[in-house]
Design a protein around this ligand. Structure first.
Ligand SMILES: NC(=O)c1ccc[n+]([C@@H]2O[C@H](COP(=O)([O-])OP(=O)(O)OC[C@H]3O[C@@H](n4cnc5c(N)ncnc54)[C@H](O)[C@@H]3O)[C@@H](O)[C@H]2O)c1
Ligand SMILES: [Zn+2]
Length: 360
């Protein structure tokens, strides 16, 4: 990720956890390490990582309860207190071992602890490997919505050991594919088509297929992040499917996985694009059927009142004023631009309503 002020490597491969001490030596040397992991990943991988690293430097384990609903200021506070109690100083570094929740939380702890210490992402979900571990967005959810408190803090490295995906439940694996389909849909049609060709091998966790997907998605995400680190423009394209997705996640109290919310969000935002004459109708249908072929949902749970969703979309930090701004597709592989070249397009409440709740 060749950022001028903070370039870093994303290292992808089978079995990398065993090489962690050597991989960290040059990229993130520290006199002590704190490992932040959730309660599922701690016994699966983080304790092993701690044992391998202990020969190099003292290691502190800081564990929080697994689940999106724990990506909160309270968890941030509890983890910070554990690091303070352990006496981690400015010569320390953090390893985020786990999914996107651990990565976002640990990144926010690292960004704020003693005004900022270095950290390394060690993603263990497909979603974290292909998306959340790269780009430096760190933060927590609040009752008002997802990711509303946070900052940018780039990691010193991302080390993605695809062997850890062996224990990942199928639903989590598939949820990660929503972000991969998004990467293809917003910038690279041939990658989108390749994903459909690799579908069975990905679902079987074929090691070569997984490495290929992680690698290509990371290339796409890194390119966008380098162009627009602080989301002044093009980075908003990565939010395709997320304005609706985040609202759904928040409205159902995180009973949907993030990737499931994004899958439904992409289908709905494509339909919004079609109804505005912005998104190609055939491509929107192709996207919808690709999402379904991966076993991901395309319809919101029907008991959700539209007003609640609209409120949630307005609380989303990307929503401003009366209309809600969306990053929309023009066709598969290409994001639509506004009349002055903007990367997001305002959509009125009436149009959103006509797609979400036709006839109301
Ligand atoms: N920072 C960003 O740019 C960015 C981008 C996309 C998503 N996100 C965030 O990422 C989060 C979603 O991440 P996620 O889907 O990885 O969720 P997650 O971190 O909650 O992980 C999902 C579940 O899988 C378990 N798990 C993790 N690795 C495992 C493994 N190898 N084997 C078995 N179980 C394992 C976890 O304990 C958890 O229960 C959301 O909060 C979302 O907002 C952030
Ligand atoms: Zn996402």
């Amino acid at each position: 990720v060749p950022l001028a002020h903070a370039a870093y490597d994303v290292i992808i491969g089978e079995g990398l956890l065993a090489d962690l001490p050597q991989l960290l030596e040059r990229r993130c040397p520290a006199s002590r390490y704190a490992i932040i992991a959730d309660s599922h990943v701690a016994p699966l991988y983080a304790e092993r990582v701690a044992a391998t690293l202990a020969a190099k430097a003292p290691v502190t384990m800081a564990v929080f309860p697994a689940g999106e609903w724990n990506k909160t200021r309270e968890s941030w506070g509890a983890l910070t207190d554990q690091l303070l109690k352990a006496g981690i100083g400015r010569d320390g570094a953090i390893l985020a071992v786990g999914g996107g929740v651990a990565g976002d939380l640990a990144g926010f702890v690292a960004a704020t602890y003693l005004r900022g210490i270095p950290y390394v992402q060690v993603p263990t979900t497909l979603l974290a490997m292909i998306d959340s571990s790269v780009g430096g967005k760190a933060g927590v959810d609040t009752p008002a919505g997802k990711n509303l408190v946070g900052t940018f803090h780039q990691p010193k490295a991302v080390i993605a050991d695809t062997a850890t995906l062996a224990t990942l439940p199928k639903a989590q694996l598939v949820a990660g594919m929503a972000e991969a389909l998004k990467h293809g849909a917003i910038t690279d049609r041939s990658y989108f088509e390749r994903l459909l060709g690799l579908r069975e091998r990905i679902l079987d966790k074929n090691p070569d297929a997984l490495v290929e997907v992680v690698r290509r998605s990371v290339e796409i995400k890194a390119r966008v992040v380098v162009e627009d680190e602080r989301e002044q423009g093009r980075r908003a394209t990565l939010n395709f499917g997320h304005t609706v997705g985040h609202a759904l996640e928040a409205a159902v109290g995180y009973a949907l996985l993030h990737g499931e919310g994004v899958a439904i969000g992409m289908a709905i935002e494509a339909a919004i694009g079609v109804s505005l004459g912005i998104t190609d109708r055939t491509d929107a249908a192709t996207l919808r059927s690709a999402i379904e072929r991966f076993g991901l949902p395309v319809e919101p749970p029907d008991e959700l009142p539209f007003e609640r969703l609209l409120d949630a979309m307005r609380h989303d930090k990307k929503a401003r004023g009366e209309s809600v701004r969306f990053s929309l597709l023009s066709r598969l592989g290409e994001t639509a631009r506004g009349s002055s070249g903007e990367w997001t397009i305002p959509v009125s409440e009436g149009v959103i309503r006509s797609v979400f709740a036709p006839g109301t």
